[in-house]
Design a protein. Structure first.
Length: 603
């Protein structure tokens, strides 16, 4: 005869019951209950076994889930934890009886008061549900009163500190006993020394912390931009928050600052104490005068990072997620849409500046080869700044008897991969004037030194600020662009070629080549547009050109490049060794050695 399972019992009336013992470690949270007993409402053994098996599986699964929660919690239960555990447990109650009074429905205030009382009970007795001893009731009431400014969910962390403070006050006879304690003053969350900090001081603290943490990839790469750019943003943020201490910034103040960041005036200078800039001087309602969408977006991103660091320092409780910060729409203006070519006067000034001729600038404590070569290659190839900056020594090769630049991309997931716009990889012959200036000898020296990058001495790869696994399409151009384009010390700025919002930059060499070759064609010289497109990498416009034309040969491209006018200042140059290496001397040697030690890129 088959034996009934242990959880199946039969009463004297012939009705089957389900019975299961509650594990010992779970009884304390269930008011000491030892077992669960429920009627199966049947006298059929077959049906009783089926129902009992369902109950057994249900209760055992619930016991396991609650046990897992308890084992993961080393600090005990909060009110929320207790509620969650009861939700996990099956309903142990018996069906309501008609003669049993119904428990009254509690209001929200009564529920909150019960939660607060339970947290005090837990603090003073060590467990929920235990009555507070009469001798501690006075302390319990005092804790309830002091903790009133806090939410019930915060009491678990706050109450122990309040208790310690109350006890210390009682033990200190030097303080009047009738002075009322105020919880917010007892428990300042922030460092008192930071009470008057503006966003600029918060940024300085974040910067110092990043630099001190040598165990992670902190610092500039995590926050985007150079030190100068980040420092400028910190000053702008301080002005946007009207130089107020961070602790005084309400949610509305933060919202106003983010809204104001969308109206930043292009080229506006922000200063802080002792001569703070008024916020009105930074803002404009004219879209044409506002800073570009990329710079405005970078400012907002930096502000979010500083706000988060201020939250870490307990200087604010406002999160960026609590505010309405919409993405900034891309702005297309005549200033941002089109670059402009360099004029003949600009070209003469560029190749007559301190890099190429005259006394060496005393403000420069470093010197790198890319200073000399990037403008020259840009003028004679029309290549983008990043295409030149990312060149490997292996990308200079001889094709059909002619030395050429091979502007090509690396595989997608390669380390510090080179990037080229889709379909724009190309061979561009090296202009004879570059060869005369000693470019091939420079390439040979780089190869002899086992250098992977052609201009790696001075240039580094800047990873994408959004995602370290994503390649930055301008990864190698950032340092070059900063040296040539950024004010106040950028080379093009210092020689008077580039002014704010004039559309000129190192990229203007691309416009210059296109203009010069088109002018040559207009003058009747044989420079077909398809050859110009092959040099610059622009896609053919017609179906025949796209799918049937084999493309211009290296000889065709070289012939077109020979129609470029060679500037008088370039003609005055002798070679790289005399016009750059000898002039910069030890400064160049030390700079290259220091850079290779810090950023080695060898084959």
């Amino acid at each position: 005869m088959q034996r009934n399972p242990s959880y199946l019992t039969l009463n004297r009336h012939g009705t089957f019951y389900f019975r299961i013992v509650i594990p010992q470690h779970l009884r304390s949270i269930l008011s000491g209950r030892r077992e669960v007993r429920r009627t199966l409402k049947t006298d059929s053994l077959t049906l009783a076994r089926r129902r009992a098996r369902q109950y057994a599986a249900r209760y055992q699964a619930a016991f396991d889930r609650v046990t897992n929660v308890i084992e993961r919690d080393d600090l005990g239960f909060s009110e929320d934890d207790y509620t969650e555990l009861l939700d996990l447990m099956p309903d142990f109650s018996s069906p309501p009886s008609a003669d049993k009074p119904v428990e009254p429905i509690l209001s929200n205030d009564e529920i909150e008061a019960r939660q607060r009382r339970r947290e005090v009970e837990r603090l003073l007795t060590g467990a929920y549900g235990r009555p507070i001893p009469s001798e501690q009731e006075s302390l319990a009431q005092q804790l309830l009163e002091l903790s009133r400014p806090y939410m019930p969910t915060e009491l678990r962390a706050v109450l122990p500190k309040l208790r310690d403070e109350v006890v210390l006050r009682k033990l200190n006879p030097g303080k009047p006993a009738d002075i009322a304690l105020e919880a917010p003053e007892l428990l300042p969350k922030h460092d008192i020394a930071m009470a008057d900090w503006t966003l600029y001081q918060v940024w300085q603290h974040q910067l110092a912390r990043d630099r001190a943490d040598t165990s992670s990839k902190g610092g500039q790469a995590n926050h985007g931009g150079t030190y100068e750019e980040r420092e400028r943003r910190a000053r702008v943020m301080t002005v946007l928050t009207q130089h107020k201490p961070v602790m005084q910034l309400s949610k509305h103040h933060w919202q106003d600052a983010y809204d104001a960041a969308r109206k930043m005036k292009s080229g506006a200078m922000a200063s802080i104490a002792p001569t703070p800039t008024p916020i009105d001087e930074l803002l404009t309602d004219d879209p044409e005068q506002r800073t570009g969408h990329e710079r405005a977006s970078a400012l907002i991103t930096s502000m979010k990072q500083i706000q988060e660091h201020a939250r870490f320092l307990d200087l604010t409780t406002v999160r960026a997620g609590d505010l309405i910060i919409k993405p900034i729409a891309k702005r297309v203006t005549p200033r941002s849409r089109d670059g402009v070519p360099f004029s003949e006067k600009d070209i003469e000034a560029i190749f007559s500046g301190f890099i190429y001729q005259g006394p060496v600038s005393t403000e420069r404590t470093k010197a790198y080869p890319f200073w000399f070569w990037l403008p020259l290659i840009g003028y004679f190839t029309g290549a983008r700044t990043n295409e030149i900056a990312q060149l490997d020594t292996a990308d200079v090769k001889v094709v059909d008897g002619h030395p050429c630049f091979d502007f090509c991309a690396d595989e997608q997931h390669a380390f510090e991969a080179k990037r080229i716009k889709t379909g724009e990889a190309r061979l561009v012959p090296i202009h004879p004037r570059l060869i005369e200036l000693g470019f091939l000898e420079y390439v040979a020296n780089q190869r002899q030194g086992n250098q992977k990058k052609l201009f790696g001495d001075g240039l580094t790869y800047l990873r994408s600020r959004e995602n370290e696994t994503v390649h930055n399409k301008e990864g190698w151009a950032k340092a070059a662009g900063k040296f040539f384009n950024e004010k106040p010390k950028g080379y093009l700025v210092s020689i008077g070629v580039h002014l704010p919002n004039d559309g000129k930059s190192l990229y203007s060499f691309r416009h210059t080549l296109e203009t010069n070759l088109r002018n040559a064609r207009r003058d009747g010289r044989p420079v077909d547009q398809s050859i110009i497109d092959a040099i610059t990498g622009h896609a053919p416009e017609t179906i025949a050109s796209k799918y049937y034309d084999g493309g211009a040969t290296v000889e065709h491209r070289l012939a077109a490049l020979l129609h470029l006018p060679v500037p008088a200042a370039v003609m005055r140059l002798v070679n790289y060794q005399r016009d750059f290496v000898d002039r910069f001397g030890d400064t160049l040697t030390r700079s290259i050695a220091a850079h290779r030690k810090k950023h080695a890129r060898t084959i």
